[in-house]
Design a protein around this ligand. Structure first.
Ligand code: FMN
Length: 185
């Protein structure tokens, strides 16, 4: 049985982040041949092109971790109708220097949760635009705009209602097929 490791990037640094909880609940829905590793983006400096020739240790670490995974999962809130700056900063860092884009070719899924009514739809669309440019094949359907309601999570951190649980399991199932189909051997 082939084994697949997925790098999980969370677009929120908040301790009680709903998106982190969503990622952790999704991870539990993955099949046995998939393992998931959170990629830390909280300690990256602000991207500055002047530093391309001498990147910070945290940037080198992130790029190395990306090189070791077969797939990517982005779980992000929406900030002011776009992706949060910390996530864009991470995308920019690992895309450079020019010609050394660490994201390239890694199959990805995009999902997000928000308390707002459109539930990260615009943030995800902006993220997809950057991922397309970065040569990241990204799962198109099902789109998953998760609205944070009172019963989204139970006390154990699992999805707390059957409807959302079924939907998220179907998202994970499609994501797994996507990664297997697009992984670079
Ligand atoms: C700076 C900022 C901007 C926000 N902008 C949006 C927005 O454009 N759309 C939206 O649905 N929610 C917006 N929110 C609300 C977030 O969806 C909410 O805070 C969410 O819980 C953040 O995700 P997290 O729990 O993973 O940190 C914003 C929150 C912050 C702090």
């Amino acid at each position: 049985m082939n084994h697949y490791q997925v790098g999980v990037v969370i677009g929120s640094l908040r301790k009680e982040s709903f998106n982190r909880k969503l990622a952790d609940a999704l991870i539990k829905m993955g099949p046995p041949e998939f393992t998931f590793k959170h990629l830390n983006i909280s300690d990256l400096p602000l991207y500055n092109q002047d530093d391309d020739d001498h990147p910070a240790e945290s940037v080198k670490r992130l790029k190395h971790e990306i090189s070791e995974v077969q797939g990517l999962m982005f779980v992000t809130p929406e900030y002011n109708r776009s992706m949060p700056g910390v996530l864009k900063n991470a995308l920019d860092h690992a895309s450079r220097p020019y010609g050394q884009n660490a994201w390239a070719g890694k199959p990805a899924g995009v999902i997000g949760a928000s308390i707002g009514p459109i539930a990260t739809a615009i943030a995800q669309q902006h993220l997809r635009t950057s991922l397309a440019y970065l040569d990241v094949p990204t799962l198109c359907q099902p789109e998953a705009f998760i609205h944070v309601s009172e019963n989204l999570f139970d006390e154990a951190g699992n999805i707390g209602n059957e409807r959302s649980s079924k939907f998220l399991q179907s998202w994970m199932d499609r994501y797994v097929v996507w990664v297997k189909k697009h992984v670079i051997p």
